[in-house]
Every structure is written in structure tokens, then in C-alpha cells.
Write a protein that binds this ligand. Structure first.
Ligand code: PLP
Ligand code: TYF
Length: 394
């Protein structure tokens, strides 16, 4: 039977991770997979996470199943973190999922279940797994213009023109903040214009927010998501705790369905729980429990926020350092976008052969589309990267 299986294309980002591991050079620089790394190249366990794990180990007296939606306290804490007071709590149905990817997958399945002919509009470019999962589910993908390859900012006019072609019942997938892979983001005025287009077309927004706290701050990074959620009749939000809590392998995420129609909440909640049951029954609990403990304990939360802020500022410092070095070496301002971008990633906007040359000649690993993980740098490697970028002719 299994001889009918066919080979699948590998995930380019994960393949790059392996290539980096296999490279024997000591001076290699990893700007590939999107995990935060400190100046020594480590991805630390956050202090508040360690403390919560310690308490959990001492106090947890059972690991009996939670519920199909996960622990309701996790939903309460995460709805508050992402949405603040933008919408009433009883407007939100939600389920815990295995990571943000699990939330994305469940959201797509929910859309397909409700509207098998829905088209899903995704930014060009977007996180490759969006497209890969949509293709796998047999759903129609439409790309909207997003990245301006000249300015390396958002091609907002192109984006708006493309979003206006959506129809009622189509879905528009937006990145809540810290766009992956480009690093280019909408400002609040632009979010407002997107909201108006959503209302005009009747398309439903789905927001993927995987880096809250990595851009301009916890509240600032959620502002676009909150604006959308409070302005449209219905929206879906897939949130990940992998990055901002540093609990990647614990697989912690949440899917929220927000509806202005309060009578709909029970049906939404039951349907989300049904989808969890079909796919894996109970979602993982360990990471979700740590997140809940941190968000609901004043001192753990303060410590988490302080550490997250250090992480955020360290990436901003690296961005500015890299932009300054490039300005000096190239004698031009054309790399200023690196300091404007937010989050872990910046799309350098160069050709695959230059990306390959940087890897082969300099041991600098970035994703093939020229996405760099800024957190892979430190004060010593910034000038090395800047020199290599200028020498390769970007
Ligand atoms: N969405 C985006 C845009 C991401 O970059 C990621 C990254 O990992 C995820 C979702 C999902 O993350 P995870 O499934 O590890 O929580
Ligand atoms: O974009 C990234 O690098 C992160 C991590 O299949 C990631 O989102 C990469 C590939 C993948 C899952 C997660």
C-alpha cells in the first residue's frame, strides 16, 4: 500500500537548519530558523518559565485530561493578553492548540467546514507553512501584494488594490505583527484602511500573531489585531506562545473565534472543540499551564515582561547596529529599512545566488528568499555580516 506514497518537498527552513549543523566551519553564522538566540547563541528558558515549572513540579498532583478546549483559565489569560479589552470576553470562543501552527491548521479547517469554496488571501510572501497547509487541505490560495522590493517596506497601494478583489466569504490572512518573512509591518492608519476594506468586501480576517512582544511592545504589537477584532462582525485569531514565552517544543497556541453575534458563541465553541476532538482530542497542557501561571501571577508576569522587553530591545539594538555598519560601508542609506523593520526577521531582498554566495563563501546562513533572523547576530558578527553583504553586491 505505501508504495503509492510520493516524496514531499522538504521545508526549506528546516533543511537549512540541518545544513548549518553539518557545516564544520567555526565562524559560521546562523540567521536561519526563527528562534530567539541571545548574544552567546543560546535560546534560554525564560526565568518566569523556570520558576513556574518549579512550582508546577511541586504542586501539580494530577495529569488527568483537561478538556477538549484545554484549560479555560488558559483561554481567559490568552484572550486578555492578545485582545485586552477590545471585545467583550463573551464574544470570544477559543481552544488551546499544539502551537500556533495547530491554531492555524484548525482555523483553516474551520473555514473549509463553514465555506468549502472560500478563497484564502495570503501576503506575498508569507510564512511558507500557510501556503503548504492550505494546499494540503485543498483550499484555494490567492496572494496579495505585500512587500515592496525597492523600499523593502509594505507595498500598501498594491496590497489594498488586491484586497479589494476579495468577495464576501473569502478570508484575508494577516500577520498581527512582526511579519514573517519580511519584517515590514502595517502602521495603525494602514490597519484602519484594511478594516474599511474588510467591511466593504465582507471578507473575513484571520490574524496569525506569533511574535507579540517582539516588535514595539506587548500592547503595541496587538494594536492592529485589537482594532480588527473590535471593528468587524467576525474574525479568527491564531496566537502562538512559542516565541514570546520561549517554549517552542511545548507546543502552545490558541485559536480564537471572535463574533459580534453573541448568540453564536456556543456554536463556535462547540465546533472548535469538535475540531480538536477529530484531530488530537485534548490539546497539550504543560506549556499552556506555564503561560497561565505566569500571566495570572503578578510577580511572575512582571519578570516575564521584563525579560521579554530585554529580548525585544536586544533585537532592536542589533538592527540599528547592522543598519549603521552598512551605512558606513556602503556610503548609502539604502539599508535603513533594517532599523525600520520589526521582529526577528528582515527580508534583505536579494537574489538566491547572493544568498548562496554568502553561505558558501562566508558561512552565513539565511533562508533562500534572503530572510535573516536578526537574533542570530551579536556585536561581533554584525560587522562581519555587513562587510559580506556589501562585498557580495547586495
Ligand atoms: N505563524 C507564524 C507567522 C510563524 O512564524 C510561526 C513560527 O513558528 C508560527 C505561526 C507557529 O509557531 P509554533 O507552531 O511554533 O507556535
Ligand atoms: O519561520 C520560522 O523560522 C519559524 C519556525 O516548518 C518554523 O516560524 C520554521 C519552519 C517550520 C515551522 C516553524
Amino acid at each position: 500500500m505505501f508504495e503509492t506514497l510520493k516524496a514531499r518537498p522538504a521545508d526549506g527552513i528546516l533543511a537549512l537548519m540541518q545544513m548549518f549543523k553539518d557545516d564544520p566551519r567555526d565562524n559560521k553564522i546562523d540567521l536561519g530558523v526563527g528562534v530567539y538566540k541571545d548574544a552567546t547563541g543560546l535560546t534560554p528558558i525564560m526565568r518566569a518559565v523556570k520558576a513556574a515549572e518549579h512550582t508546577l513540579w511541586e504542586t501539580q498532583d494530577s495529569k488527568v485530561y483537561t478538556g477538549l478546549a484545554g484549560d479555560p483559565a488558559f483561554s481567559d489569560a490568552m484572550v486578555a493578553l492578545v485582545l485586552g479589552s477590545a471585545v467583550p470576553r463573551d464574544a470570544v470562543a477559543s481552544v488551546a492548540t499544539p502551537g500556533g501552527t495547530g491554531a492555524v491548521r484548525q482555523a483553516f479547517e474551520l473555514i473549509r467546514m463553514a465555506r468549502p469554496d472560500a478563497r484564502v488571501f495570503v501576503s506575498d510572501p508569507t510564512w511558507p507553512n500557510h501556503v503548504s497547509i492550505l494546499n494540503y487541505l485543498g483550499m484555494e490560495v490567492v496572494r496579495y501584494r505585500y512587500f515592496d522590493s525597492e523600499t523593502r517596506g509594505v507595498d500598501f497601494d498594491g496590497m489594498m488594490a488586491d484586497l479589494k478583489t476579495a468577495r464576501a466569504g473569502d478570508v484575508i490572512l494577516l500577520h498581527g505583527c512582526c511579519h514573517n518573512p519580511t519584517g515590514a509591518n502595517l502602521n495603525l492608519t494602514e490597519w484602519q484602511a484594511v478594516v474599511e476594506t474588510l467591511l466593504e468586501t465582507g471578507a473575513v480576517p484571520m490574524i496569525d500573531i506569533a511574535y507579540q512582544g517582539f516588535g514595539d511592545g506587548l500592547e503595541e504589537d496587538a494594536a492592529g489585531t485589537r482594532l480588527v477584532a473590535s471593528s468587524v462582525p467576525e474574525c479568527l485569531i491564531a496566537a502562538s506562545c512559542s516565541k514570546n514565552f520561549g517554549i517552542y517544543r511545548e507546543r502552545t497556541g490558541i485559536l480564537m473565534a471572535v463574533s459580534a453575534n453573541k448568540g453564536a458563541r456556543k456554536l463556535h465553541q462547540d465546533t472548535l472543540a469538535f475540531l480538536n476532538r477529530q484531530n488530537y482530542s485534548f490539546p497539550p497542557d504543560h506549556g499552556a499551564r506555564l503561560v497561565t501561571m505566569i500571566l495570572t501571577d503578578e510577580s511572575l508576569r512582571a519578570d516575564w515582561q521584563a525579560e521579554l522587553e530585554d529580548v525585544r530591545l536586544s533585537m532592536l539594538t542589533l538592527r540599528q547596529h547592522l543598519a549603521d555598519e552598512l551605512q558606513q560601508l556602503s556610503g548609502s542609506d539604502r539599508f535603513g529599512f533594517l532599523a525600520q523593520h520589526r521582529g526577528m526577521f528582515s527580508l534583505l531582498g536579494t537574489t538566491p545566488d547572493r544568498v548562496q554566495a554568502l553561505r558558501e563563501q562566508n558561512g552565513i546562513y539565511m533562508v533562500g528568499d534572503s530572510r535573516m533572523n536578526i537574533a542570530g547576530l551579536n556585536a561581533q558578527t554584525v560587522p562581519i555580516l555587513a562587510r559580506a553583504i556589501v562585498d557580495v553586491g547586495v
